[in-house]
Design a binder for this molecule. Structure first.
Ligand SMILES: C[S@@+](CC[C@H](N)C(=O)[O-])C[C@H]1O[C@@H](n2cnc3c(N)ncnc32)[C@H](O)[C@@H]1O
Length: 303
């Protein structure tokens, strides 16, 4: 019995919903952990007063705004400013080397699944502290699959009820404590741009080549791979590796890894902080089957 058959069975009940969502939004959630996805679809079933999953699927087209709400509710957006502050301290020491004493070339950072933007602004604060005002091309781009999260991030004002109380770091001074919200300095807001993007879409490499014509110095792709199956993880990691400049850094979440770094021309330089450096050449052309057979499984425990 192949895994395709098993997967089809696991997804049978939610597949009509996922198929419709794919047709309308182009986002394929069949490569996410089925249990999480099912739980969250069931929340939408209840929220819309639908009598069953099947009736929800049948009525999706006529429920106003439901595709957007569904898309938004399927992803977990937990985040915070300077999440794992020690990772930022370690990154700072590497970034200093990348930027060097007199680097005038652009310094670019991509926050690849930035949720509501706290990560992107934190990275902008770190970058600003190293490059100062007026550095040409010190830029951070934040992308996320959820357009609502991106809208919130672009607005750049964080109500205190959110899990956004800022851990004290050397960079927390770049945030203003307003009566009802925390806001990044204006200069950070000028350094950061946000846009919606699905890391698994076919258009992602083209969009990124447009945003970062010279590639990225640092990619933060933290706490998103854990929700995907191994094939999707391999695609996202390959995309990140392709977008890095030589010596550029890929930073993953503390529960995430690259199964075979050398196949993507990466080497792990800090195992605790999950930081990988781009080396010049790939060991071999990436072959997803090879990556899959050697990777550790996040997927097994999800089923
Ligand atoms: C748990 S948050 C992580 C936020 C931040 N990186 C952090 O570590 O705090 C996961 C984010 O990944 C986003 N996401 C999930 N699948 C995605 C995809 N295919 N493309 C882009 N973003 C995705 C979700 O919308 C969510 O905002």
């Amino acid at each position: 019995m192949g895994t395709g058959y098993l997967l089809a069975n696991i997804l049978t009940d939610i597949k009509p919903v996922l198929d419709k969502l794919f047709l309308v939004t182009g986002t394929d959630f069949t490569c996410y952990r089925p249990n999480t996805i099912r739980r969250r679809i069931n929340r939408r079933v209840a929220a819309t007063g639908s009598s069953s999953l099947q009736s929800y699927a049948n009525n999706l087209d006529s429920l106003p705004g439901e595709y957007n709400l569904l898309l938004s509710s399927l992803t977990i957006k937990y985040t915070m400013f300077f999440r794992d502050p020690w990772v930022y301290s370690i990154l700072e020491s590497y970034l200093k080397k990348i930027i060097g004493p007199a680097r005038s070339a652009p310094v670019t950072i991509w926050s690849a699944a930035c949720s509501t933007g706290e990560e992107a602004y934190s990275l902008a604060a770190l970058l600003y502290s190293l490059t100062g005002a007026g550095h040409p091309g010190a830029r951070v781009a934040g992308t996320d699959i959820d357009p609502e999260a991106i809208k919130y991030a672009s607005y750049g004002s964080y109500a205190k009820v959110m899990p956004s109380s800022i851990p004290q770091t050397p960079w927390s001074k770049y945030f203003i404590d307003r009566p009802n919200a925390i806001e990044p300095w204006q200069i950070l807001r000028h350094m950061v741009e946000f846009m919606p993007m699905d890391l698994l879409s076919k258009s992602a490499p083209f969009l990124l080549a447009n945003i970062f014509p010279g590639g990225c110095d640092v990619i933060f792709c933290r706490n998103v791979l854990i929700y995907m199956n191994r094939e999707a993880q391999a695609r996202v990691l390959s995309l990140c590796a392709d977008m890095l400049r030589p010596n550029g850094l890929l930073v993953l979440g503390t529960g995430e890894t690259v199964p075979r770094p050398s196949a993507l021309a990466l080497e792990m330089i800090n195992s605790k902080a999950r930081i990988f450096r781009k080396i010049t050449k790939r060991e071999a052309l990436p072959c997803s089957a090879d990556l899959l057979s050697k990777s550790s499984s996040y997927w097994g425990s999800a089923l």
